[in-house]
Ligand binder design. Structure first.
Ligand code: CP
Ligand code: NVA
Length: 311
């Protein structure tokens, strides 16, 4: 497998390998410090980013290379150069390419033309790097993944989709509670259901947040308005998603030892209350810290061609 474009491109063994590598990098951050010596990793960000941009830059540095962050006005793409030409040229200088943008098709075009690994750093449809850090965080906290239930509440967008796919690949139970019209893509639900069931897990879709969190070890949410959503949808989305806010009442319906997770950035008073995200059950900032070893693991596994992939 050359690229990481979607969590669902991974096999269960690939995910296990990434989680093991990431845990190894937590213990020995500089253990592969010469993998990228004298090499660059361009990182094209067409959307804002705090965690992904910095954790990936830090991961490249720990592997001995140099990350080059590029905004949409800094390449010739805006002036009509094709994605394919950009990919071919970048590939003649770079060890790998990291891209955050809107359309998944653009990332697929880049990967098809690039001779080096391409990593999806978030699109409208997927956030695979986040999902690796998320499962690393759950594994670190509980010691294992199987047998635990993750409840996701709110918008079934990119983060929900990648989380659901990863949790299913790990054999966890996944429950997703969304209002009508906000469920994750049908294809993702079918994938996750098949993968979870194969490993003794299950996927539940509901519109009832309390049903989703019943028996859950992890309660997870994301913003109500994503970077790929039109700003004029803000009010409608806030109204429709309000019943899915993670607050103390919701957390009280989960397991006693349940934790709260959020990919961040968070909006206190909207998708989560301050009491929950800043309280003792919150792993949100541990998750953010874990983006670094997760990015290191993904870069390392792709650059050493250790991921099998399913295509
Ligand atoms: N969670 C996440 O991807 O954060 P950024 O948008 O800050 O990169
Ligand atoms: N769903 C959010 C995730 C941010 C990390 C977005 O796409 O904006």
């Amino acid at each position: 497998m050359k690229d990481l474009l979607r969590t669902a491109d991974l096999t269960g063994d690939d995910l296990t390998l990434l989680l093991r590598l990431a845990a190894d990098f937590q213990d020995a951050p500089e253990s592969a410090h010469d993998l990228l010596t004298h090499r660059i990793v361009p990182m094209y960000f067409a959307k804002p980013s705090t965690r992904t941009r910095l954790s990936t830059a830090a991961a490249v540095a720990r592997l001995g290379g140099t990350a080059v962050a590029l905004g949409p006005d800094e390449l010739q793409l805006r002036r009509g150069e094709t994605i394919a030409d950009t990919a071919r040229v970048m590939g003649s200088y770079a060890a790998a390419i990291v891209i955050r943008t809107f359309a998944d098709a653009d990332v697929a075009d880049l990967a098809a033309a690039a001779p080096v690994p391409v990593i999806n750093a978030l699109t409208d449809g997927h956030h695979p790097l986040q999902s690796v850090a998320d499962l690393l965080t759950v594994q670190e906290h509980f010691g294992h993944l199987r047998g635990h239930r993750i409840a996701y509440l709110g918008d079934g967008g990119n983060v929900a989709r990648s989380l659901m796919e990863a949790a299913a690949l790990a054999g966890m139970d996944v429950a997703v509670a969304t209002p009508p019209g906000y469920a994750p893509a049908t294809e993702a639900v079918a994938f996750a259901t098949a993968e979870a069931v194969r490993r003794g897990g299950a996927v539940t879709l509901t519109d009832d947040p309390f049903e989703a969190v019943k028996g859950a070890s992890v309660v997870y949410t994301d913003v109500w308005l994503s970077m790929g959503d039109a700003d004029d949808e803000r009010t409608r989305r806030a109204g429709e998603l309000a019943p899915y806010q993670v607050n103390e009442q919701v957390m009280a319906h989960a397991r006693d030892q349940a934790v709260f997770m959020h990919c961040l950035p968070a909006h206190r008073g909207q998708e989560v209350t301050a009491e929950v995200i800043d309280g003792p059950q919150s792993l949100a900032f541990r998750q953010a810290a874990n983006r670094l070893p997760a990015a290191q693991a993904v870069l390392h596994a792709l650059l050493t061609e250790r991921l099998e992939g399913r295509r």
